[in-house]
Design a protein around this ligand. Structure first.
Ligand code: C2E
Ligand code: MG
Ligand code: MG
Length: 499
């Protein structure tokens, strides 16, 4: 029994024990090769059955380790450039923020994004695009060397972690800015691929982290900074600031409000009187506003651009036009009695060029029994100048039906009088910036006295009014006469100035 134990059982138990240690999880904790403790053996160097078994086990173990190392490497690296990927840098960021907490110091995260890369990739083909990315990766690597950790996180986006923790936020920022400049200058060196020469640029967003920064927040912050850099144009570096977060939070809030604005009837209209020199209300401009969750008012300067960007301006614009028509329809008698000549409606470029705009407006007008002459559509001059054929066509069709048009913010766009001559216009609204300047005599005089009705927008003082009156401006719209009013107040104002 003892011999059996010493030559076989003991070894089988050792093999069993060893094999239990070979696991997928924690395979890296090297357990070393299995070596059996055998006293007298293999005098002539021959392997017996137990040796064969041990050899096989050791080989299998090596293979498992090798395979898993490869798989892990792949799961943490980008196949194209061989750089660490998002998962890997996330681990590194986690470590770095933890260290910064431990030693109460600061580091930074840099988000790098190539400018116009998508365009290049599409026009030059993906093979060239891939070559370019590899070249960029190697240039970034040169700057990063051991001091910074570089990762490619998607197409043309890289993250760079500056994880040498320093003692002040300011110092971390300075280092990050210095590196960013180096990175950009390296990237912008000309690249030659297949006889094509390229000069690439990139934007960088920097977020500094400290003892209290969470890894997720840090990544978002550098991304926010990058967005700001992008909006500044190619080749910009931007440092994250808390105000950026506020801006983004606000944008998210606006998006959320707009999603339900029509269903929950959050949009409402103010009417701002346009008065003659004596302050009598002659017409009015409809200006949209939106309620937010807390009952405050959101102004169109904040949400109209968002609607234009998302394309939702078409549905929202229809909704606004219908709301205004509904108001006119409901208070037709009061409006008529007051002598109000028209109500003007702002219409965005996208709305004008949207399929079926003319037909829809006419349908709404019929639905609410609107007299077309009482409605003026406002259009900005650059719209007229940009896609002139289409817009002029829309204008002509609507004027044929009886609607009128006004050029809004005149003087801020690119209009030339040549265009104006060919347009069916009833009114020209000179932009506030000219009215602001009007006290410096001379400027305003140059502005068209010959055409149509001229409305001065944004009149805030009596002095401005007096000078404008000298130039035979017929209508004034501005806080000096009245702010935009909610429906009831506007109706009350109409009553009080009615003849
Ligand atoms: P806008 O068409 O040029 O409208 C005039 C803006 O000037 C209004 O701002 C008005 O409140 C403001 N304003 C009027 N008088 C004065 C003044 O004396 N001083 C100053 N500082 N400002 C004055 P609001 O209501 O914030 O509208 C901003 C812009 O939003 C409008 O500029 C218009 O382009 C757009 N908008 C407003 N309502 C609509 C709408 O229903 N549809 C579309 N597409 N755009 C709209
Ligand atoms: Mg307007
Ligand atoms: Mg205006």
């Amino acid at each position: 029994l003892f011999i059996y134990w010493d030559t076989t059982v003991k070894h089988l138990l050792a093999i069993g024990k060893h094999m239990k240690k070979i696991r997928l999880v924690g395979y890296k904790e090297a357990i070393g090769d299995l070596i059996l403790e055998r006293g007298r053996r293999n005098k002539n160097g021959k392997r017996d059955e137990l040796d064969e078994l041990v050899l096989a086990i050791n080989e299998m173990h090596h293979e498992i380790v090798e395979q898993y190392t490869a798989i892990e490497y792949q799961s943490l690296h980008d196949t194209l450039t061989g750089l660490p990927n998002r998962r890997k840098i996330q681990h590194l960021i986690q470590d770095a923020t933890m260290r910064s907490r431990k030693i109460q110091g600061y580091g930074a995260l840099l988000s790098v994004d190539m400018d116009n890369f998508k365009l290049l990739n599409e026009s030059m083909g993906h093979t060239v695009g891939d070559q370019m990315l590899c070249e960029i990766a190697s240039r970034l690597t040169t700057v990063c060397n051991e001091k910074l950790k570089l990762a490619r996180i998607s197409g043309d986006e890289f993250l760079i972690l500056q994880d040498t923790i320093v003692s002040s936020r300011n110092e971390a920022r300075k280092i990050a800015e210095m590196f960013s400049k180096q990175l950009l200058s390296n990237i912008s060196q000309p690249i030659t691929i297949d006889d094509h020469h390229f000069k690439l640029t990139a934007c960088i967003g920097i977020a500094v982290f400290g003892p209290n920064t969470s890894p997720d927040v840090l990544v978002k912050q550098s991304d926010n900074a990058l967005h700001h850099a992008k909006s500044e144009g190619p080749g910009h570096i931007e440092l994250f600031e808390p105000a950026m977060q506020q801006k983004i939070d606000r944008r998210i809030q606006i998006d959320r409000l707009l999603d339900k604005a029509i269903d929950e009837d959050l949009l409402f209209i103010n009417y701002q009187p346009k008065c003659d020199g004596q302050g009598k209300i002659c017409s009015a401009e409809a200006l949209v506003r939106m309620h937010d969750e807390e009952g405050s008012v959101v102004y169109p300067g904040e949400f109209i651009p968002v609607l234009e960007e998302t394309g939702d301006i078409i549905a929202a614009g229809d909704h606004i036009i219908r709301k205004i028509f509904e108001f006119v329809n409901k208070h037709n008698n009061d409006i008529k009695r007051s002598g109000l000549k028209s109500i003007s409606i702002n219409v965005s470029p996208t709305q004008y060029s949207a399929e079926g705009f003319v037909d829809r407006v006419i349908t709404f007008a019929k639905q609410f029994d609107i007299e077309p002459r009482s409605i003026i559509f406002e259009i900005t001059e650059d719209v007229v100048a940009s896609s002139i054929d289409n817009v002029v066509d829309v204008m002509h069709r609507l004027t044929q039906y009886g609607f009128r048009f006004s050029i809004d913010d005149f003087g801020t766009g690119y209009s030339s009088l040549r265009y104006l001559k060919n347009l069916p216009l009833g009114e020209l609204k000179i932009d506030k910036s000219f009215v602001d300047d009007v006290t410096a005599e001379g400027r305003a005089a140059a502005i068209v006295k010959t055409i149509i009705d001229m409305v001065a927008e944004g009149v805030e003082s009596e002095e401005q009014l007096n000078i404008l009156a000298k130039y035979q401006c017929e209508l004034y719209q501005g806080f000096f006469f009245s702010r935009p009013l909610i429906e009831e107040d506007f109706l009350a104002a109409l009553k009080s100035t009615a003849p």
